[in-house]
Design a protein around this ligand. Structure first.
Ligand code: ATP
Ligand code: MG
Length: 431
């Protein structure tokens, strides 16, 4: 036997029956986005490396150690598998002048790639849904984006599992003043810093506050808080977001240590967190990135957005024990004789043309084994093709969910709509 090859480490196949949950989740997302007037955008999985280095920031985990970057062997170009999609959306908006006539609300979904240590909720290929509102300065659109995520949790039955944390990162000048004090504070406690913190001290001290190291918690809790350095305008923006959330009845916690792992954020940042997924607690994260469009070479315009980790949301759905509909066929067609296949296939095609979900048995076998398959398919109806019935222009229809004594009805094939109507019947409600 040939050596068996598996999938790449940290990259997962999504196979049935679990793929049904993904399909259901994606359908909910699409409806959600449409209900808010967000339009779909699709960008390539590969971008020029400098796009990510410039936008995410040179001294971030993603750019320092997580990117799948390579030189195109054919032309020497430096390329990267996208580790996130905001930069690419911004690039595409600039490239296609999407903002020429005002703001745009956009959404995307697809795989992202980061070279991380694989563990629960952390993979090397993972999937995100993202929403980006470009050209709007907020705080109204900030609140809209946050509430949109809430709406999704409601649809997915996850409202009880997640909580909202928000913070305000202010503007670059405010951050610079805080940074000076933060570095001085951390230097004053140099003996308590771990390797990561020491490395970040001068390059990205804000990220030190985001440490997961339990030994450093009390140190970072006492550190100067960025929120205390905010000027009037930043505070007004922050209060604006809070007022809108309160008006919408959305509880939140202000987390002064909430920073994001990407450099381009300012003002509002937020995370939806859960306590049900162990260390991988953040299911959805986002914020405002008013400087990014200009930084990537576009005409300056404000923007705000979020991305959620689909694997983590799927895990949460599993935690709730919820079983989304599998999309079983309405009918499963069986044949009393293999010679009837051409007729059966034609009828099934016609039924599908009217919108009926019908699975046709293939591969032969006894009537008994076919009926077993019909039962296991989850279909309500068995569509029984028999010589006699077909000769009189009809098929047998048997209710698979009505117990052993269920009678088989005979229904005419013409017009196909009446047969389709019979198969559309839902099970009788229990009294
Ligand atoms: P973390 O702190 O968990 O590493 P992050 O700050 O790197 O997250 P973002 O870049 O903000 O994450 O991505 C948005 C969301 O995408 C995260 O909140 C998370 O749900 C998901 N996500 C990020 N990295 C991964 C990964 N490697 N595997 C699965 N999901 C991920
Ligand atoms: Mg990360």
């Amino acid at each position: 036997m040939a050596e068996r090859l598996g999938a790449v480490k940290g990259m997962n196949d999504i196979v049935p029956p679990k793929s049904a949950v993904w399909e259901w989740f994606e359908a909910q997302v699409r409806e959600l986005m449409h209900s808010y007037g967000y339009r779909n955008i699709r960008t390539p999985i590969v971008e020029y490396t400098p796009l990510f280095v410039r936008s995410i920031g040179e001294v971030t985990d993603i750019v320092e150690k997580e990117m799948y970057s390579f030189t195109d062997a054919l032309n020497g170009e430096e390329l990267t598998l996208r580790p996130e999609n905001t930069a690419a959306v911004v690039r595409a908006c600039i490239e296609h002048s999407l903002l020429y006539d005002g703001g745009k609300r956009l959404w995307y979904t697809g795989p992202m790639f980061r070279h991380e240590r694989p563990q629960r909720g952390r993979y090397r290929q993972f999937h995100q849904v993202g929403a980006e509102a470009l050209g709007f300065s907020g705080p109204d659109v900030d609140a809209e984006l946050i509430l949109m995520a809430r709406q999704l949790w409601n649809r997915l039955g996850l409202a009880e599992c997640v909580a909202l944390e928000i913070n305000c990162l202010g503007q670059p000048a405010e951050r610079a003043r805080h940074r000076t004090d933060l570095i001085a504070y951390l230097q004053g406690h140099a003996d308590q810093l771990d390797d990561d913190a020491r490395r970040r001290l001068h390059t990205n001290p804000l990220r030190v506050l985001d440490t997961k190291n339990p030994q450093m918690q009390s140190l970072v809790e006492q550190a100067p808080r960025l929120i205390d350095y905010l000027g009037e305008e930043s505070l007004a923006h922050f209060n604006g977001v809070q007022d809108l959330l309160r008006a919408a009845g959305q509880p939140f916690r202000i987390n002064p240590r909430l920073v994001r792992g990407l450099d381009y954020y300012n003002l509002t940042v937020f995370e939806w967190v859960t306590d049900r997924l162990g260390a991988q607690a953040t299911v959805c994260a986002g914020g405002r990135y008013d400087g990014l469009i200009e930084q990537i070479g576009g005409k300056p315009a404000p923007a705000c957005g979020w991305a959620l980790g689909m694997e983590r949301v799927i895990e949460l759905i599993a935690e709730t024990g919820r079983q989304p509909p599998e999309g079983a066929p309405q009918a499963y067609a069986v044949l009393s004789n293999p010679a009837l296949m051409p007729r059966a296939m034609t009828v099934c095609e016609a039924l599908r043309g009217t919108g009926v979900r019908v699975q046709l048995h293939v591969g032969g076998g006894s009537m008994k084994s076919q009926m077993k398959k019909a039962d296991a398919s989850g279909a309500r109806w068995a569509l029984v093709f028999g010589e006699q019935e077909l000769e009189s222009g009809a098929v047998g229809v048997k209710d698979l969910r009505a117990g052993d004594g269920a009678q088989q009805r005979v229904i005419a094939l013409d017009p196909i709509e009446s047969l389709a109507g019979a198969l559309a019947e839902t099970p009788p409600q229990d009294a």
